[in-house]
Design a protein around this ligand. Structure first.
Ligand code: HEC
Length: 117
């Protein structure tokens, strides 16, 4: 828990001090994810809670819908989903970069091959 707070402070400090579009590294994550990450089991809830108000089905922002597995996978695999979620100066969601532990789940999903189930 203590290290987790450090990660957030680190993220805030980086946001405040950086003028570039640097990505925040995930190395400070205190709890490496050991289990396999899947869209249905882990990723969908993160996207539903943080993204689909703007990236829904009707008139999505930036023309980007993140409602189905294929849409989220396509943006993560071929688009800007992962860089933007880790972008300190222009994060998605725009209200503020998500905790490192949450972003680490998306990164592990990529490592595991963008599994659906
Ligand atoms: C409050 C509304 C809002 C929320 C919530 C939001 N976005 Fe966005 N998103 C935007 C807007 C507006 C743009 C276009 C402007 C820009 O790129 O900054 C955008 C752009 C993007 C882009 C770039 C699209 C491109 O063509 O390159 C990606 C990727 C993205 N969002 C992913 C996400 C993800 C993933 C989440 C959740 C973790 C999220 N967004 C949450 C409003 C939002």
């Amino acid at each position: 828990m203590k290290k987790y707070h450090f990660a957030i402070l680190f993220a805030i400090g980086l946001t405040a001090s950086s003028c570039t579009t640097a990505e925040i590294p995930l190395e400070e994550d205190p709890d490496p994810i050991t289990q396999t990450v899947t869209y249905v089991g882990d990723v969908k809830a993160i996207i539903d809670n943080n993204c689909t108000t703007c990236h829904g089905t009707v008139n999505p922002n930036a023309g980007l819908s993140l409602v189905t597995y294929q849409q989220v996978r396509n943006s993560a695999e071929n688009g800007n989903l992962i860089p933007r979620m880790n972008n300190a100066t222009s994060p998605m969601p725009p209200s503020g970069i998500l905790p490192a532990a949450t972003r680490a789940i998306i990164d592990k999903w990529r490592q595991d091959g963008f599994l659906e189930n």
